[in-house]
Design a protein. Structure first.
Length: 127
């Protein structure tokens, strides 16, 4: 007991003797990175909605050839989006076309679930 009481003051002195990190000049303003408020874009698993069968096309517009027909309720990994032909469904327009890399085709944003937004996916590098 006496030994532990004697060690307490010595330990507290030892802690105060630990070196302190360098002092930094906090008066210099910090410039935030350009992309500081942007969340990292990543692939999204999204479900086909809005029609029983949706065309997945070679390009981001209805004149481009159909590569695949996708069924409502099926889920795919979308990697990015491109700005293309504006499609109007029930008075709502959408010019965002989401890319399915595994199928190498685009689906208009009307036909993907709410998790497949432009902000969630990020723009395709080739668009």
């Amino acid at each position: 007991m006496k030994l532990s009481l004697a060690l307490i003051p010595l330990l507290s002195l030892g802690i105060t003797a630990v070196p302190v990190a360098d002092v930094y000049d906090l008066s210099t303003p910090v410039t935030p990175r350009e992309d500081a408020n942007i969340l990292e874009k990543r692939d999204r698993r999204c479900t086909i909605v809005g029609a029983d069968v949706v065309n997945c096309r070679e390009g981001f517009g209805t004149p481009t050839p159909i590569k695949h027909k996708l069924k409502r309720g099926s889920t795919y990994t979308f990697t990015c989006w491109a700005l293309g032909e504006r499609v109007i469904v029930d008075g709502n327009s959408n010019a965002s076309w989401q890319w399915i890399d595994s199928l190498k085709c685009y689906v208009n944003g009307h036909y993907t679930d709410s998790g497949c937004t432009s902000s969630a996916l990020g723009r395709c590098s080739w668009d």
